[in-house]
Design a protein. Structure first.
Length: 359
């Protein structure tokens, strides 16, 4: 088993070296792809746009992103995946030869286990939701649609989907953050999660109580699993020491890439969505008279993108771990609260006043 994994990892390191050597000039592109594939952009960019164009798609995006990333955390704790940037220094595989040199970058030194890739899994799930949703909307509005046009629409959208996945996978390998098998596994699991939510309908009308219970269950399960494995002598934070030891620059080891930081960000987003969807602000605005008008929706999208950019610029202090996690949770909860409740209410009030003045 170990020999097989060493062979798999060594072939992955060879691919990392090949990409870094042959495509050195594409470094900026790979960094951009890795940044764009981060789930942060799902919450701060895709969600506000989709929610105000099609609420069901926006809600589905959040659920797929949150549950997918939660499963990614659990899988990482189970699979104990290595990362290229530290594996090359610790494996005995190269004892009879020189250790391969692989470069590190600003986003290389993530602190969690490597398998499956969170970027690949998140991108696969999120883009699967968006592609299938666009297909449903386009094909439904254009019935009857001839077979050739139908095929062309599907071919273009799925080509974009697989093009994005290919770029994300190459990016994560180039940056020495993941091995090839980890990104492939991430894509497969991400698509499975997104497809599973295509058959789950209760999320669109879930009560605040349901959101609260789901948030508590996800947190308690993850914490209980962590404590259970810790009691059995398993150190689930074993990768943090490796990241600090082998990262070439200490400032590249970011606390927001730790497993619990990711967990609390996601749970904050889910809880905030439940709070917003069941608030009177949402009922009076998105469900009110202005809710279906184009000016209202476009105004909500533009305002949400600006406000969420300001929220994203706030970086919780990392010196005190408990405070960092608490503020991360609150910051994430503020995203759907602002997008779904506060901003639509403000836009609706402004448009109503404008209409009254015209009368």
């Amino acid at each position: 088993m170990d020999a097989g994994m060493d062979l798999l990892h060594s072939s992955g390191v060879s691919m990392v070296q090949y990409l870094q050597t042959q495509y050195r000039d594409s470094q900026s592109w790979f960094l951009f792809i890795s940044f764009a594939a981060d789930l942060r952009n799902t919450f701060f960019v895709f969600f506000p746009i989709w929610f105000h164009l099609s609420e069901s798609v926006g809600v589905k995006l959040i659920w797929v992103a949150v549950i997918g990333d939660w499963l990614n955390l659990v899988f990482k704790w189970i699979l104990f995946g290595q990362r290229p940037y530290w594996w090359v220094h610790e494996t005995p595989y190269y004892s009879n030869s020189s250790v391969p040199h692989i470069e590190q970058f600003l986003v290389t030194c993530e602190t969690g286990p490597g398998s499956p890739s969170g970027h690949a899994m998140g991108a696969a799930g999120v883009y699967y939701v968006m592609v299938t949703s666009i297909l449903t909307i386009v094909l439904h509005k254009n019935k009857p649609l001839n077979t050739i046009k139908n095929w062309c629409v599907r071919a273009v959208l799925w080509s974009v989907f697989w093009g994005v996945q290919f770029c994300v996978c190459l990016s994560r390998i180039f940056l020495a953050a993941h091995f090839p098998h980890q990104v492939i596994t991430g894509v497969i699991i991400g698509m499975i999660v997104a497809e599973a939510f295509s058959h789950i309908q209760w999320i669109y009308g879930a009560s605040l109580k349901k959101y609260l219970h789901t948030t508590l269950f996800l947190f308690c399960f993850a914490l209980g699993f962590y404590l259970l494995l810790s009691a059995l002598g398993v150190d689930l934070l074993w990768t943090l020491e490796k990241a600090k030891r082998w990262c070439v620059r200490a400032e590249w080891v970011h606390m927001d890439t730790t497993p619990f930081a990711s967990l609390l960000r996601n749970l904050g987003t889910l809880f905030g969505l439940g709070l917003a969807l069941n608030s009177p602000l949402y009922m009076e605005s998105c469900r009110g008279k202005q809710g279906h008008s184009a000016p209202f929706r476009l105004g909500c999208i533009a305002a949400s993108l600006v406000v969420l950019h300001l929220i994203d610029s706030f970086k919780p202090p990392t010196k005190i771990a408990a405070l960092f996690y608490l503020l991360s949770f609150c910051k994430s909860a503020a995203v759907p609260l602002a997008t779904v409740g506060i901003i639509p209410y403000c836009i609706s009030s402004m448009l109503s006043r404008h209409d009254r003045k015209l009368l």
